[in-house]
Design a protein around this ligand. Structure first.
Ligand SMILES: Nc1ncnc2c1ncn2[C@@H]1O[C@H](COP(=O)(O)OP(=O)(O)OP(=O)(O)O)[C@@H](O)[C@H]1O
Length: 452
């Protein structure tokens, strides 16, 4: 719902405009002086109906200050005294229109509707243009916390280094897919195909022929020879998501692609040669998979030349406000809304939540909140997960029968170590500890032998 500021010292005018525009489904706030108008604009408005002769500050000065604060705010000046000169000056300063007093409220209502539509379209065109020009620039990755700055710098560097294989690690929803696209579209392979395949989503027999293709007659249904994804991506990038799910026979074939840039189609005798960059991703601990005998160690070492870890959102909660702003902007465009953002209380609550689904969960939460709200700001109540979900701290209530704190602590440390595959740094992050603190506990509980 768009917010309109009616700034006029005559109460009757404010009242008649407010009544009419409210009936049009708009949210109205009022100001009786120039200073009040400037202050209210800071609360966030989309359009201002501004009386040219306010008692304290002249209209053009108010207009200038409003535009300095937010150039996107539409200002329609209402004046009984406009000379050609003042009208020209107002338009130069960025007024959308100068309307004469007395006015007809229906005409003002039409003018407001048209102005809001124009600005909405202008905003859309601007962001679509920006998106089209640079759909996957590293800047598309939101976040300026130290770990995200590191990730972006690495991606930038790796994108332009020729053909090196990359392993993206990180929990689900941390942005591995996005990072893979950034790598591809910022490399000199960007004009060639980007092929994305989720290894766990396809049955293993099909995965082999999807990836490597097959010869005619290779199996019952193979009536034609078929090129695989690796061949169709020649010159480009192949993104293999959930690589940990790939069966050993395919792992061997993939290793050969990495080492010799060659493979055989299913049922084929001859080598096919390809030039592709492999970007693999996993949300499992591949090292554990290797230890457990589920993943080839030679392939692991080959993939792990350039590992990039996408951090869990709970370890860079300082990026939450920027991420929320990014998604509010995106969904404003998609849903044609004018939500200003999340209120300070909502942002605070969001920065105290653990986000087990990471940035994907945050994106979905903002999307849902924006679909349901009619208010200018998103409030904590618009995010049900914040109330009962997975808080970073507190929220665990003491059972009636009490607990053994030592045992509970030990169990949490063991669980964190299990979940991190024995990686102490990651386990420490999950518990809000630093490395020394977790080492102390590992020794205290005699867990040293089972971890790395
Ligand atoms: N830093 C970021 N800035 C903006 N959007 C992000 C960022 N990281 C992730 N996203 C968005 O979050 C969503 C989930 O990201 P993505 O699909 O890349 O995660 P993933 O790690 O590949 O997850 P999975 O392991 O489940 O495949 C996407 O909509 C993506 O655009």
């Amino acid at each position: 719902m768009a917010t309109i500021l009616v700034a006029d010292d005559e109460q009757l005018i404010r009242w008649s405009l407010s009544e009419r525009l409210q009936a049009d489904g708009l949210r109205i706030i009022e100001a009786a002086t120039g200073q009040e108008a400037i202050d209210k604009v800071h609360e966030g408005v989309d359009l201002v109906l501004l009386d040219f002769k306010l008692p304290d500050i002249d209209g053009v000065t108010v207009l200038r200050q409003i535009k300095e604060h937010d150039p996107d705010v539409v200002v329609i000046l209402l004046t009984a005294y406009a000379t050609v000169d003042t009208a020209v000056e107002a338009m130069k300063t960025g007024a959308y229109h100068v309307a004469n007093k007395p006015f007809n409220v229906d005409a003002v209502s039409d003018l407001v509707a048209k102005a809001l539509e124009t600005t909405q379209l202008r905003r859309e065109v601007r962001s679509l243009r920006a998106e089209k020009a640079q759909p996957y620039s590293p800047e598309r990755i939101v976040g300026d916390s130290p770990p995200m700055i590191r990730v972006k710098a690495l991606l930038r560097r790796v994108a332009t280094s020729p053909a090196s294989t990359v392993l993206l690690t990180g929990e689900s929803g941390t942005g591995k897919d996005l990072a893979a696209k950034v790598l591809h579209f910022n490399s000199d392979r960007s004009h060639k195909p980007f092929v994305n395949i989720t290894c766990s989503a396809i049955p293993e027999t099909l995965l082999e022929s999807e990836l490597f293709g097959h010869e005619r007659g290779a199996f019952t249904d193979a009536r034609q020879q078929k090129r695989g994804l690796l061949e169709s991506a020649d010159g480009g990038t192949v993104y293999l998501d959930e690589i940990g799910e790939m069966v050993p026979a395919l792992q061997a074939k993939l290793l050969r692609v990495l080492e010799e840039k060659a493979f055989k189609r299913v049922g084929g005798q001859h080598d096919v040669r390809v030039d592709v960059r492999i970007v693999a991703a996993t949300n499992r601990n591949l090292e554990d998979q290797v230890k457990g005998g589920h993943f080839r160690s030679d392939l692991y070492y080959r993939l792990n030349v350039l590992p990039i870890e996408l951090p869990a959102l709970r370890s860079h909660l300082e990026d939450v406000p920027a991420l929320v702003a990014f998604y509010v902007d995106q969904f404003n465009r998609e849903f044609r809304k004018s939500v200003r953002g999340a209120s300070p209380t909502a942002l605070k609550a969001m920065q105290h939540y653990g986000w087990p689904g990471n940035i994907r969960e945050l994106r979905n939460a903002v999307e849902r909140a924006m679909l349901l709200t009619d208010a200018p700001w998103l409030e904590p109540l618009d995010f049900p997960a914040l109330a009962g979900g997975a808080p970073v701290s507190a929220g665990v209530s003491l059972p009636a029968e009490g607990v053994n704190l030592e045992e509970l602590e030990r169990s949490l440390v063991v669980q964190a170590l299990e979940r991190s595959g024995g990686n102490q740094t990651r386990a420490a992050t999950m518990l809000g500890l630093n490395r020394d603190q977790i080492r102390y506990r590992i020794e205290k509980f005699g867990l040293a032998k089972t971890t790395t």
